[in-house]
Design a protein around this ligand. Sequence first.
Ligand SMILES: Nc1nc2c(ncn2[C@@H]2O[C@H](COP(=O)(O)OP(=O)(O)O)[C@@H](O)[C@H]2O)c(=O)[nH]1
Ligand SMILES: [Mg+2]
Length: 485
Amino acid sequence: MTTDETTLLTARADALDRALTVADGRVSPQTAARVSSTVDGVRARLALGVDHTVVALVGGTGSGKSSLFNAISGLQFADVGVRRPTTSEITACVWGNGADALLDWLGVLPERRIARESLLDGESEASLRGLVLLDLPDHDSIAPEHREVVDRLVPQADLLAWVVDPQKYADDALHTGYLRQLVGHESSMVVVLNQVDTVPPEVRPALIADLERLLVDDGLTGVPVTSASATTGEGVKALREALAGVVASRSLAARHAGAELNDAVTALEKHVAEREPTNLSLAETVESLRRSVGLTAVAASVATAVRGGSAGAQGFGAVQEDAVALARGMWLDAVTQGLPKRWAQDMASRVASTAELRLAVADAISELSLTARRSTLALGLLVAAVVLAGVALVLGSVVVGSATGESGVAVWTPAVAVLALVGAVAAFVGSRAARSAAARRRSARVLRDGRAALENVCRARLAVPTEQVLAEHRTVRELIASARG
Ligand SMILES: Nc1nc2c(ncn2[C@@H]2O[C@H](COP(=O)(O)OP(=O)(O)O)[C@@H](O)[C@H]2O)c(=O)[nH]1
Ligand SMILES: [Mg+2]
C-alpha cells in the first residue's frame, strides 16, 4: 500500500464519517452502527500500517483450521481436535516482529501469540515475513461467543482463508451465513478444501469443481480454491507459497479496506435517493391557501365597499385547519417524492406543523389592510356634476321664464345651460368610472398583498426548511458517492 493509497482510503473513510454525521437520524441505527464500525476498522487498520498482512483461518468445527495453522507454521501451537479449546480465544502466529499493536487491535491474548523467529529458521521462513496467521474459533460453534469472535474478525482480517472439508463444504451456515455476505471481497479471500487425504485422488477434481460451482452460486467469482491435507502435508507448501505472494504484494490490506468501504457505501446508499426532488414551486400551495382563506371574496367585498355598495369590507373568516393540512400535505408530497422514509419523516417534522402554519396564515392575513376609502376623484366629479346640474337647472328655468314673460335674457344663456347639462352628465359618468377604477385597483391590491403575504408564510414555514433538508440530503448523497472506490 502506497502513501497515495492510504491517503485515498483515509479520505473515503472520512467522507463516510461525514456522511453519517450529516445524515444523523435519517439512516437506520443498524446501518449507522455498521458504517461507523467499518470506518473505525479501516482507520485503525490503516494506522497500523502495512508491514503485516493478517490472514485468518475460518471455517466450521473440525474442518482442520487448527491443524492447518500448525502445518503452515510448522509449530504445534494451536490445539487440535479433542484438545480443542472451549474458549473463544484466537491463536496467532507472527512471522517477524513488531505486530503487537496489530495483535492488540485484533484482540489476541498475549499468551495466544507465537513468533516464528526467522533468525532461528534461517531463510526458510523469510518469504512469510510480515504474515500474521490467525486460527479462529469455529463459525458454526454452538457457543455464541465463538461466532461473535468470528463475526468481529471477518472484517478485520486482510485475507480470509475459508477452511472446508469434503463432508461439510456445502454447509448452509457457511454459504448463507458468511460467503454470500462477502460478495465484492473476492480479492481478500481463498478457500482451502482440507482433508483431501480422506477422498480418493480421482474424486478430488469433481469435489473441487462442485465447491467452485457453489461459490459462483454464492455470487463469488474468481475466488481461488486450493486443496490440502494438514495430516499428510499435501498442498501445504503451495498454500505457504500463496501466502508468501500475498505478503509480498502488500496491497492486500488496501484492497480489503477498499472492499469494506464499498460495502459501507452500498449499505448507506439505500438511505438516500438518487437525486433530490426538483419541484419546489410554492405556486400551488399558495393558490390552495388563497382559496381556502377566501381571499377573492374578501377582495371583492373591498371593491364593493369602495364602490359605495356597503359600509365596509368583509374581513377574513377563521382559517380552516383541514384546508391548511391539505395544502401542507400537497407540499410535502411534492418535495419528498422519491426520498427514503426517514428523510420524508424528517422533512415533515422540519417544516411547520399544520397548527403552526394555520396560525402563521391567520396572522399574515390579519395584517392585510382592508380599508375601503372612497375615491376622492369620484367624489369631486360627483360634486362637480351636482353643481353643473344646478347651474343648468337655474339657467334652464331663466330661459323658459323669458320665453313666456317679457323680460329678455342674454343670447348666450341657453347655450350655457346646455353646456352645463352636458358637463353635469359627463362629470357624473366620470365619477362612476373613477369609482369603478378605484374599486378595481383596491381589490387587485388586496389580492396581490394577500397572495404575497401567503407566499411569505409558505416560503418561511415550508420552503426554507425544505431546502435545508434537501441540501443536507445532497451533501450526504455526494459524500457517499465520493466514498465509493
Ligand atoms: N484425515 C485428516 N484429518 C484431519 C485433517 N486436518 C485435520 N484433521 C483432523 O480433524 C480433526 C479436527 O481438526 P482441527 O484442526 O481441530 O479442526 P478445527 O476445528 O477446524 O480447528 C482433528 O482430529 C484433526 O486431526 C486432514 O487434512 N486430514
Ligand atoms: Mg480449532
